[in-house]
Design a protein around this ligand. Structure first.
Ligand code: AMP
Length: 195
């Protein structure tokens, strides 16, 4: 199963990806996680990406496409994968088409978690408040102001990615504001039609 999870930050892509990883035994490929690991390890990519990520803006297409290109060649991705947080621009989606074709791979589905932007901001603000109260670290980019920048980047750059997959007949829309179990059931129903 080769999937793309689309939707703004905070929509629950990570939560659903974790469940799909178990269900299908395929890895979750999150460019955000990979970039954070690169920042922590202070690799050349991490050093370039750090400030951009902290501001809530997008890292350059070349960097993330390069990361995904290499990651798809790892043995654990041979059975399939879930792309989470990628592609985030139409240029990334087009680059992904090219590299999947080059690798002889076909995408099964793109699932979009649709959300209400205002409710999403309050969800993230609560998440940050709860994490702080519990003494857990809050991601710098989950700070409410930075989060708003990330959300704006989503609607400016990434919202245009969904029509790319709709045009291929691969897009499945799911209500991302529903309770987690309902979102999961809706995703399963969509995927049941695919395979
Ligand atoms: P995420 O964990 O997916 O919300 O990503 C955190 C941050 O990493 C984003 O705000 C961007 O700065 C960067 N990032 C992750 N994925 C991408 C991508 N596909 N294209 C550009 N920047 C990305």
């Amino acid at each position: 199963m080769r999937l793309i999870l689309l939707g703004p930050p905070g929509a629950g892509k990570g939560t659903q990806a974790t469940r799909l990883v178990e269900k299908y035994g395929i890895p979750q490929l999150s460019t955000g996680d990979m970039l954070r690991a690169a920042v922590t390890a202070a690799t050349p990519i991490g050093l370039k990406a750090k400030a951009v990520m902290e501001s809530g803006a997008l890292v350059s297409d070349d960097i993330v496409v390069g990361i995904i290109d290499e990651r798809l060649d790892q043995p654990d991705a041979k059975k399939g994968f879930i792309l989470d947080g990628f592609p985030r621009t139409v240029a990334q989606a087009e680059a992904l088409d090219v590299l999947l074709a080059r690798k002889g791979l076909k995408l099964d589905a793109a699932i979009e978690l649709k959300v209400n932007a205002e409710k999403l901001v309050s969800r993230i603000v609560n998440r940050a408040v709860e994490a702080k109260a519990a003494g857990r670290p809050v991601r710098k980019d989950d700070d409410p102001e930075v989060f708003k920048t990330r959300l704006a980047a989503y609607f400016r750059d990434t919202a245009a990615v969904t029509p790319h997959y709709a045009a291929k007949g691969a897009l499945h829309e799911v209500d991302g504001m529903a309770p987690i179990a309902e979102v999961a059931a809706a995703i399963d129903a969509a995927l049941a039609k695919v395979k």
